[in-house]
Every structure is written in C-alpha cells, then in structure tokens.
Design a protein around this ligand. Structure first.
Ligand code: TLP
Length: 350
C-alpha cells in the first residue's frame, strides 16, 4: 500500500522538530491567573499585527468564533451571514445552542465570488426595526472563504460591505481562520484586512502548522468580555505557554512560506482540471484550497463525490467530499513538491 498523501485539510500538519523544541523550552505560568509570559507575548504580538488593542488565545477557531458572538450579542439577537459560512455550517449550531442567536442569510447573488457578500445584498437582508423581528446585531464574514473555494475578499468589497454593516449599526466579525492566506494572496498586511472589522479570529492550527490554537482579536473591552466567556466555556488554560510558543514560532517561521502552499494548490488544480474525471475552472483557485467538481461522466461511471472519496483513499489519496459533486484537496506545510507530483499521478491513474 502506498503511503497515503493527506490532502484533507491544513489542520493535519504535525509540529516540526524545531517547533516542538520551541514549545519544550518556553517559559510558562498560569494563564487563567495571567502569569504565563509566553501567552501574553503571543496575544500582544498578534494584537499588534492586526492593529487592534487586544487578543485572546483560545483552543480552537470554533471557540474564537463563538466568543466573538457571545461578546457582541445577547440571546434573541440575529446574526447576518452567508449560508455556507463555517459559523453556520460547521460549528454545531453554537450560535443558537450557546449564544441563543438566530441567523439570517445574506446571499452572494450579485457578488464577484462565492461566499463574498456585497453591501447591496446585506442591505436586502437587514430588516427594519419591528416588534416581530429579532434585533440584527452581528454581521460575520469569512476571509478566506472556505466553502467558497478558499477565495479572498476583494479589498474594495471588504471595505464597502463592512462599512455599510457598521453604518447600519451592526458589529462586524471576521472568521479569519485562514486570514494569513488572504494576506499572502493579496500581498497586503494583516492590519488592512482587520481595519473594517470589530473582531477577527485567526487560526494557528491551519496554514501556520501549530498543533492547537486560535486568537480572537479586537478592542480591549470586547476581548475582556470574551476572556470572561472563555472561562465560562471551560477554555481557560493553565500552562498554555507551551502551545503559545508554537504560535510564536509559526509567526516567525511559517507565515512567509504560505505562498508555497498556494503555488502547489494552483499546480494541483491545473493538473486535475485536465483530467476527464473533473470539470472545473482552475483559475478560481486563489489560495491553498482546491474545490474540484467532478465531471458528469465521472459521477455516472463511478458514483458521487462520497464514492470517489473512498476510491481515492484506496489509491492513497486522503481528501474530503464537500458535496455530492465536489471534492476538496488542501495543500499545507507537511506536503512538498514531490508529494504533490505523486498525488497528481495517483489521482490521474484512476
Ligand atoms: N475548518 C475545518 C473543518 O472544520 C471544516 C477545515 O478542515 O477546513 N473557520 C473556518 C473558516 C474554518 O475552515 C475552520 C476549520 C474553523 C473556523 C474552525 O477551526 P477549528 O477546527 O480550530 O475549530
């Protein structure tokens, strides 16, 4: 059996020996007591990178998003977001179960890319104040947009839509699990991506290759509320500096290499798009996520994407079916050019 090549997600990366060494050697304290110097250093550094007052280290992107909701809404409020957003699609309904909020969808019908919402479509979704309606409180965007194909928000649309949301009285949260990839793809700094959002979550455990951890970034008051809610959720960690050290290491060593993952995704997409098995436009791939639509002929001959996922696994390719006709392949730190070549060869041989 071939050694499997894991293209399921950028979450599968394992800490490098150098990262493990940084984790082992770091100074720690008790972060609930605010005496862990490494956590404090990571939070301060991240807040600075995004041009905000404060940051909070949390175990996961899901918790960072939930804390953004809890800190900026009350039970009964409405969140406006896209129907394919991670917050709605993949977070176990935490916005409802824990925060007591409902969701109203904002569509992308007039938008340049899937998952990206214009000010006009947000305007249509915001209902007037009325005794019947929940209070719209929070607008959330995702950059890069995972189920939109890893696409990046164009800077002008980002500014226009978020400014519109603020003027309509909404708080704005950016799910920036892969905000580093967005900055890399656009060639802009993180501050400009965070300028029009009140809070932003950023994951260390995806493209940056850390084993655990995300940050919620925003103004001091909001982060203080989130810190309190984090404890409530059981997310107050003690000698968390061991984990934060991985984050500091990744900011120093893994941020500047994300372009390599993007180049490998582009290469993978171009090769897959040539195969009769697929039918999609590789030019739509902007970062490290390749959403590859199966051709009708592939579905007719073999089955839907879930059947193909099993077939690919048997051939030593790990990936995820994201819908009945689309498979996602993700490039990341644990893959090199030779592994991508090998993966393309294995897929092409099916
Ligand atoms: N996404 C994972 C799965 O949950 C689907 C993946 O493999 O892509 N926001 C976005 C945009 C994400 O893609 C993810 C993880 C999260 C938040 C949640 O992060 P974690 O897994 O740390 O809770």
């Amino acid at each position: 059996m071939n050694q499997p090549i894991d293209l399921r997600s950028d979450t599968v990366t394992r800490p490098t020996p150098a990262m493990r060494k940084a984790m082992a050697n770091t100074e720690v304290g008790d972060d609930v007591m605010r005496t862990d110097p490494t956590v404090i250093a990571l939070e301060e550094r991240t807040a600075g990178l995004f041009g905000k007052q404060a940051a909070l280290f949390v175990p996961s992107g899901t918790m960072a998003n939930l804390l953004a909701i809890l800190a900026q809404t009350s039970a009964g409020d409405e969140i406006l977001t896209h129907s394919e957003s991670h917050i709605f699609y993949y977070e176990g309904g935490g916005y409802a179960a824990v925060a007591g909020c409902s969701i109203k969808f904002v569509d992308d019908a007039d938008s340049p890319k899937p998952g990206i919402m214009t000010a006009a479509s947000l305007g249509k979704a915001i209902r007037p104040s009325d005794v019947h309606f929940p209070t719209p409180k929070l607008f959330t965007i995702e950059n890069t947009h995972n189920r939109g194909g890893g696409v990046v928000w164009p800077m002008d649309v980002l500014k226009e839509t978020c400014t519109f949301a603020k003027e309509a009285g909404l708080c704005v949260h950016t799910d920036g699990a892969r905000i580093w990839n967005a900055a890399c793809a656009l060639g802009v700094d993180l501050q400009s991506l965070a300028a029009h959002t009140d809070t932003i979550s950023a994951c260390l455990s995806k493209g940056l290759g850390c084993p655990v951890g995300s940050l919620l970034i925003g103004d001091q008051e909001t982060i203080d509320i989130a810190r309190h809610k984090r404890k409530m959720l059981g997310g107050g960690m003690r000698q968390a500096g061991v984990l934060a050290a991985a984050g500091l290491y990744a900011l120093d060593h893994h941020l500047d290499r994300l372009g390599e993952d993007h180049a490998r995704a582009t290469k993978t997409a171009s090769a897959l798009a040539e195969m009769p098995m697929f039918d999609f436009d590789p030019a739509k791939v902007e970062t490290n996520l390749v959403y590859a639509k199966l051709s009708e002929q592939a579905v007719e001959a073999v089955g839907d994407a879930f059947v193909w996922q099993d077939k690919l696994e048997a051939a030593g390719i790990l990936c995820y079916a994201e819908s009945v006709d689309t498979i996602r392949f993700v490039t990341h730190l644990d893959l090199d050019d030779a592994m991508i070549e090998e993966a393309i060869g294995r897929i092409g041989s099916l």
